[in-house]
Design a protein around this ligand. Structure first.
Ligand SMILES: *[C@@H]1O[C@H](CO)[C@@H](O)[C@H](O)[C@H]1NC(C)=O
Ligand SMILES: *[C@@H]1O[C@H](CO)[C@@H](O)[C@H](O)[C@H]1NC(C)=O
Ligand SMILES: *[C@@H]1O[C@H](CO)[C@@H](O)[C@H](O)[C@H]1NC(C)=O
Ligand SMILES: *[C@@H]1O[C@H](CO)[C@@H](O)[C@H](O)[C@H]1NC(C)=O
Length: 451
């Protein structure tokens, strides 16, 4: 009897200690489990158990909303490096598995297929991702659900604004996606909630294809060597990383490269990509040698440095960083300018534009506007431009990033150009016509496009 009692006490003690360690985000088994509850990981990974929050649409009572331009990054995806895992991308929670199956049925329904049509150039892409399998660069099922959640959030934020409620207004909605499975699927997931569910107010939409990650859909912004220019920028970025890294970061880098799964990730953006897409956001323990484990803090240090380098390279001088990112920001900003002009010209139409892109779509726009951000922008990162009409003073643009209003940070939105906490639309138009080119030391679009 005594022996059994002693054994029981030991088992209980062991369970309590193990539980405590797990709850602290550490384990005693030689694998480092990140603490999924930490604020930065939740934000980075966009876990589905958390609500989307933000300030979008919260001015609706005061001014008349006439237009909305939204740019977002696709949802969670597998890393771009080789990965094959037949079940690793199944949604983590049971409720999300059910939600994904329900979303899949909706996405395939005649209603959605006939309302959200695909440009002929996009028809080869499946409308939703796989349920369980991880494939390099592909959206995960949770990634699609993140955009379902975001679309629902936008619907709730805007359905009561005058964008949708003013009578006798026609609503013109445009959706553009780059030619990738993940961006097409993100565009569909978002639009199903935000647009299809308000279909009584809208006409069917054909999602347009952009040949470029930077969303150019007309001849005026074609640059066929855009990928080469980006490679040059990324090489310079890497050189800067080696120059600027502290001894501490150099040590972490050595540790990161010592693990098989990360041994080919020489660029800090690749390290972050694998860490998030293979481990942290899939809620898997980070790799260890014995008791020496990578932690999320390891990657946080890298992200801190990429954020710093990205802004320095742009701010310090006119070089490839500025030329490339001004070029990449130009098309979407010029479509925003077109929207402003149409709103002025056609008082009975409201305009919605949605661009489904990448971190390299979102980051250059923030960079050129002067809005600070964590680089790379996380999955589903969103920039929102709300175009408001003031009865006496014309049009204003409010700029938000990931739910926070950032109009005050916009470089040309200062002094006279800032009113009611927003930017005069004229200042935006001037920037697209002139300021953006000046920033990069060129006089027109085609000057951006050379090696
Ligand atoms: C898109 O996804 C499908 C199905 O998973 C796959 O067969 C196809 O190769 C993917 N296309 C691209 C361009 O990656
Ligand atoms: C995109 O590329 C395709 C073929 O590569 C071409 O036919 C099409 O005209 C291009 N679209 C635009 C808007 O440049
Ligand atoms: C990253 O930078 C932030 C703000 O500059 C700082 O608070 C944080 O401690 C840094 N994290 C790491 C891991 O260095
Ligand atoms: C933007 O946010 C700031 C501070 O967070 C607030 O003071 C301001 O009123 C907001 N502006 C608008 C237009 O919502």
């Amino acid at each position: 009897m005594d022996w059994i009692l002693i054994c029981l006490i030991f088992i209980t003690l062991y369970a309590v200690i193990k539980y405590k360690n797990d709850a602290n985000g550490e384990t005693i088994t030689g694998e480092a489990k990140p603490n999924w509850q930490s604020e930065d990981i939740r934000e980075m990974c966009q876990f589905l158990e958390h609500e989307v929050t933000g300030q979008e649409g919260d001015l609706w009572a005061k001014l008349r909303l006439r237009g909305l331009t939204i740019v977002f990054r696709h949802g969670e995806r597998s890393p771009l490096s080789a990965i094959e895992d037949d079940t690793g991308c199944i949604p983590y929670r049971y409720v999300d598995r059910k939600n994904f199956i329900a979303y899949k049925q909706l996405a395939e329904s005649d209603g959605v297929v006939n309302f959200l049509k695909l440009d002929p150039e996009l028809q080869q892409y499946p409308r939703y991702p796989l349920y369980a399998k991880c494939v390099r660069g592909m959206l995960s099922a949770e990634g699609a659900l993140q955009h379902v959640r975001l679309g629902k959030y936008f619907r709730h934020r805007y359905e009561k604004t005058r964008l949708f409620t003013d009578e006798n207004q026609r609503i013109v909605a445009d959706v553009v996606s780059s030619k990738y499975n993940r961006t097409v699927q993100s565009a569909l997931a978002f639009s199903t909630e935000f647009l299809y569910k308000q279909r009584a107010l809208l006409t069917p939409i054909q999602i347009k294809a952009s040949n470029f990650s930077y969303h150019c859909i007309d001849p005026s912004c074609v640059c066929d060597i855009n990928k080469e220019i980006r490679e040059t920028y990324e090489d310079e970025f890497l050189a800067e990383f080696h120059k600027m890294k502290s001894d501490d970061v150099a040590e972490e880098e050595k540790r990161i490269l010592s693990f098989d799964a990360l041994s080919q990730s020489f660029h800090p953006f690749e390290m972050i990509d694998v860490a998030l897409g293979k481990y942290v956001c899939r809620r898997r323990p980070l790799p260890c040698h014995g008791n020496d484990c990578l932690t999320f803090d390891t990657f946080n240090k890298v992200i801190n440095l990429t954020t710093l380098i990205g802004s320095r390279m742009f701010d310090e001088r006119i070089g490839v960083a500025r030329r490339l990112q001004s070029m990449e920001a130009y098309p979407i900003l010029s479509y925003l300018k077109d929207s402003i002009e149409k709103i002025r010209k056609f008082p009975h139409s409201n305009y919605i534009q949605i661009f489904s892109g990448h971190d390299v779509t979102v980051a250059p726009i923030l960079r050129t506007l002067g809005v600070p951000f964590v680089d790379p922008p996380h999955y589903t990162s969103r920039i929102v431009f709300e175009i408001y009409e003031h009865s006496d003073e014309g049009l204003f643009v409010r700029v938000l990033y990931n739910g926070h209003n950032r109009s005050f940070d916009v470089r040309f939105c200062q002094g006279e150009n800032l009113k009611y906490g927003m930017c005069r639309a004229k200042a935006f138009e001037e920037f697209v016509k002139k300021g953006l080119f000046e920033l990069a030391g060129v006089s027109e679009f085609k000057d951006f496009c050379h090696n």
